[in-house]
Design a protein around this ligand. Sequence first.
Ligand code: IPE
Ligand code: IPE
Ligand code: MG
Length: 247
Amino acid sequence: MSLKEKINPAKLPQHIAIIMDGNGRWAKQQGEQRIFGHENGVKSVRESVEAAAELGVKYLTLYAFSTENWNRPKEEVMALMQLLVHTISAETATLNKNNIRLQAIGDLKSLPSDCYNELQEAIDKTKTNTRTTLVLALSYSSRWEIINAMKEIAEKIQNNTLSPSEITEQTINAHLCTAEIPEPELMIRTSGEHRISNFLLWQLAYAELYFTDKLWPDFRKEDLYEAILDYQNRERRFGKTSEQLIS
Ligand code: IPE
Ligand code: IPE
Ligand code: MG
C-alpha cells in the first residue's frame, strides 16, 4: 500500500501550515548561493500544493517570508521578492487550472509595489476557485498580526462599538488576518529546527506539530503524506483524558 493510500480521508486535516525552512543550507550543501536554494524551493511549493489539493485538504498556509526576514542581506531580500513576483505570475494559470484559490496574510503593503500588484492580481484571478485555498504568509509575523488586532479592538472600544466585557476568543479571531480561515490542525517545519519563529502563535494553540530534518527544496509529496499519517496516529485530547475520548 502506498503512503497516500494509507491516509484516512475521514481524518484529514482541513488546514495544514508549513514553515518552509532550510533553503540556504540546501544551497550551501551544493556549493551554491542561498538564492539557489530559494529557487529550488519553488518545486517543493508546487508539490505540496498539488498534494494537498489532490487529497482534499481545504487550506494550505505556507510561511514564505517573515517580518524578521527583512533583516537579511539586502541582495537576498531583493532576490526573494523577484522570485516571488515571477513565481506568482507564472503559476496563476496552474492555480486556475487546478481550481486553487490564492490568498495572502501579512503586512502586504510593505512588499515592493511590483510584488504587491502581482499578488493582488493573482488573488483576484483565482478568487472564485473552490478546491483548496493556498495562503501565502508574506511579510508576516504573529506578533505584528496580534498588535494590529489589538489596535482595531481598542479603536472599537474607544468608539463605544464594543465593550471590554464583550471580548471573547471570537473577537480576537475576527481581527486576525486569518479571520475567514479555520485553525491549522497540523503544522510542519522542515530543516530540523524545532521552533515556531513568530508563525500563527494564536492559531496554532492546539495544532499538532511535526518536524522533519528534510531541507525544504527536498520536500516532496511523499513527505507531506508522511506528516499527515503521523498526525492521524496522534490522539488529540484538547485537555481531556484519553478515557473521555473513547467513551
Ligand atoms: C527558508 O529557508 C526560506 C525563507 C526564510 C525565506 P532559509 O533561507 O531560512 O534557509 P536556512 O534556514 O538558512 O537554511
Ligand atoms: C522562518 O524561517 C520564516 C520562513 C520560513 C519564511 P527562518 O529561517 O527565517 O527562521 P529562524 O530565524 O531561523 O527562526
Ligand atoms: Mg531558515
